[in-house]
Write a protein that binds this ligand. Structure first.
Ligand code: MRU
Length: 355
């Protein structure tokens, strides 16, 4: 499995996903502005991966702050936090990483600043390694819903490229295969940036996982033919009432699944769940430039001057979601908020596969 991101020799090295699958090339970021640019330009993308990039970007930014005073150090870091937070608004993971690091530092405010700088590098690596473990746990919980012989549809890329490794939506797929189940994956191509085509199809083929690529608008036809057993997608921000923001087109797929009685699962690490937001209507939706729609690989395909809307994400209301697969178990969207309540009996509300 290729590495999505790593801290190496005092730099943040990220796989430049804009070049895949034609070229496997790494981008070495020597300062936090480069990390922020890499996130903005989608060199690194996928909610957990940009959370990891943010943690590493903060560690990199911290090394550049020249002071021995904790308060001055934190003041300097605020600029780093804000630069990273301004890159992509929908995924909650950048905010999650900033809050985690802020708390980490506040709890260690009496340590010398030089020691804190070194500790931030360790903490960023911990964020990366924990993410891989979390994805494996999501895989273990989710695999029970995949039966031998099943075909799973997924949208965008919520695979190892979107995470520290292993993937969220691909976690259950990978575990099901490790369990010896013979399964197939259908990957939506995911217009306009083609994450399904360029990234999901590529990473699954690298690992010999049977995958078939379809255009986004083919999904309805093959769902209606009964060729798909379940859907598993990722999320950029899932909120307290169980509404899910994910790549544009997820909502359409969820509605099509409901129409055709196909279960629709969302793989959501806790780092992508925003318990403070009560409804999906409040999630900020990133709108990107028109070129992603009017051009394909630099070539103009639309009439010159046409008006474009390019929403990068949509919100799927909780009512279309069968279950949310987290590292703590699988839950009905309506029960999700209980994960944030002290003393909730999670075992009692967990969804289990019936067969
Ligand atoms: O614009 P992207 O490529 O960052 O969008 C990614 C997605 O929508 C993923 O499904 C989501 O971030 C979950 S990744 C585990």
């Amino acid at each position: 499995m290729v590495k999505t991101i790593e801290w190496t020799d005092g730099r943040v090295r990220m796989l430049d996903q804009t070049l895949l699958p034609r070229e496997v090339k790494y981008l070495d970021c020597t300062d936090y502005h480069m990390v922020a640019e890499g996130i903005k330009k989608l060199c690194i993308r996928g909610a957990p991966a940009i959370g990891i990039a943010a943690a590493m970007g903060i560690a990199l930014g911290a090394q550049q702050i020249r002071t021995g005073d904790f308060n001055e150090f934190m003041k300097g870091l605020e600029g780093v936090f804000n630069t990273l937070l301004s890159t992509r608004p929908t995924a909650v993971n950048i905010q999650w990483a900033v809050e985690r690091i802020r708390k980490f530092l506040t709890e260690r405010r009496h340590e010398p600043v030089d020691k804190l700088k070194a500790m931030l590098i360790e903490e960023a690596n911990r964020v990366l390694n924990e993410d891989i473990e979390i994805n494996r746990a999501i895989g273990e919980w989710g695999a029970q819903f995949i039966k031998d012989g099943d075909t799973v549809i997924t949208h965008c890329n919520a695979g190892s490229l979107a995470t520290g490794g292993y993937g969220t939506a691909t976690g259950p797929i990978r575990v099901a295969i490790e369990q010896g189940k013979k399964i197939q994956v259908i990957a939506d191509e995911t217009r306009p940036v083609l994450q399904g085509c360029r990234l999901t199809a590529w990473e699954l083929m690298q690992d010999n996982i049977p995958v078939t690529l379809i255009t986004d608008n083919t999904a309805g036809a093959i769902l209606r033919k009964g060729e798909i057993n379940l859907a598993i997608v990722g999320t950029d921000r899932t909120v307290a009432n169980g509404d899910v923001a994910n790549k544009i087109g997820t909502y359409s797929l969820a509605v099509l699944c409901r129409e055709n009685n196909v279960p629709f699962y969302v793989a959501a690490p806790l780092s992508s769940i925003d318990f403070s937001m009560p409804s999906g209507d409040l999630i900020p939706i990133e709108e990107r430039g028109p070129e992603e729609v009017t051009h394909i690989f630099g070539r103009h395909i639309a009439p010159e001057g046409v008006k474009v809307r390019n929403l990068a994400f949509d919100v799927t209301p909780a009512k279309y979601i069968t279950g949310i697969i987290t590292e703590k178990g699988v839950f009905r969207p309506g029960d999700l908020h209980k994960l944030n309540e002290k003393g909730a009996d999670l075992e009692k509300i967990m969804l289990k596969a019936k067969y």
